[in-house]
Design a protein around this ligand. Structure first.
Ligand code: FES
Length: 342
């Protein structure tokens, strides 16, 4: 099994893979360990991560000592946690490592010395600083390309978002308050209750974001439909909220097109129990599957896909075995699934 810290895998399956019972797990590492156990992986190959933050602004997000406020541990941490779980099947690897897996054998060949394989992790700060120096010019040029045109953001967002807000009264009600977006020279109010965008004028707010003007103008210029991917993953913003996490606000920023907003609104309507009566089962790729995801009840007719031997709910990526509905993310969240018979 190869693993990246975003939760993607390639799997070397054993003969007769077994499922093991463990409590529900949520963070990427613990969820990954859960997958390893669920399929009884003979080989686990942590790969494709973590990201290295080379820009000075973001360098502190690198997890170097382990006590940083960071969600990006590296493969040594994953292997250590796997070992603590009693599993010693992980293979340390770097780009260029060759791993041969046969029914009887696992062979690992590095193209550099063992010391060189370990160096990025054992001397991580030094390694990252060298890496940063290599990319300094590129980073400088990339940041120089972030332009500010002094676009009138309020009027741009009015034209783009107000029609979307009008489509989503239930989503707006579930967000339940105003959001202030602050940027250099412009404070923008997203008035969710009334579905309006305006210049902020000291209205009460429930959420606040501060985003650098070049980046904000960039996503507005691109009409980026998913600000979660296009902006928030950059970690270049700050946020505040009054009260607990509101997933509807997050869904709003992921749904900035007509099609996406339609789905987001339907999902809220369904969750609020005011949708018309629909069947509790759907058909998915030759299988009859319960309509609502056991995780947070996403409608699998919208969010479900078949991937190999699994049903995947694309809302949060939970996986369920087609053979028996067992959930790879949590024991007590089985999905009802059967092969269609006619
Ligand atoms: S609702 Fe979260 S994975 Fe389905």
């Amino acid at each position: 099994m190869s693993y990246d810290l975003a939760g993607n895998f390639n799997v070397a399956r054993p003969l007769g893979a077994a499922s093991l019972a463990k409590p529900a797990l949520t963070c990427p590492i613990t969820a990954s360990i859960r997958y390893v156990e669920a399929i009884g992986a003979r080989v686990v190959v942590p790969s494709a991560g973590p990201p290295c933050f080379l820009d000075e602004d973001l360098f502190p997000i690198n997890m170097i000592n382990g006590d940083e406020l960071s969600i990006f541990p590296d493969q040594t941490e994953f292997i250590a946690r796997l070992t603590r779980h009693g599993n010693n099947n992980a293979v340390m690897n770097i780009p260029g490592t060759a791993i041969s897996v046969s029914p009887t054998d696992v062979r690992v060949q590095h193209c550099v010395s063992d010391e060189a394989v370990q160096r990025p992790f054992v001397h991580k700060r030094e390694y990252l600083l060298e890496y940063q120096a290599d990319w300094a010019e590129w980073l400088h040029d990339a940041k120089a390309s972030w332009v500010v045109n002094n676009t009138n953001l309020v009027s741009e967002l009015q034209a783009w978002w107000e029609p979307l807000l009008a489509m989503a009264p239930s989503l707006r009600a579930s967000i339940g308050g105003n959001c202030l977006v602050k940027t250099e020279g412009e404070n923008i109010l997203i008035d969710f209750p009334n579905g309006k965008i305006s210049t902020y004028n000291d209205e009460p707010i429930k959420f606040r974001m501060e985003i650098g003007r070049p980046l904000l103008e960039g996503v507005v210029r691109q009409k980026a439909v998913d600000w979660s991917n296009s902006l928030f993953l950059s970690c270049r913003f700050t946020a505040w909220r009054d009260g607990s996490y509101n997933e509807y606000l997050y869904n709003f920023f992921k749904s900035l097109s007509v099609e996406r907003m339609r789905r987001a609104e339907q999902e809220v309507v369904r969750r609020n129990g005011i949708s018309e009566k629909v069947s509790n089962e759907i058909e998915l790729g030759g299988y009859v599957v319960q309509r609502y995801c056991p995780h947070r009840k996403a409608d699998l007719s919208e969010f479900g896909v078949i991937e190999g031997d699994h049903v995947v709910c694309t809302l949060h990526g939970w996986k369920f075995q087609l053979s028996d509905g067992a959930c790879l993310n949590a024991d007590d969240h089985k999905l009802s699934v059967r092969k269609r018979t006619n």
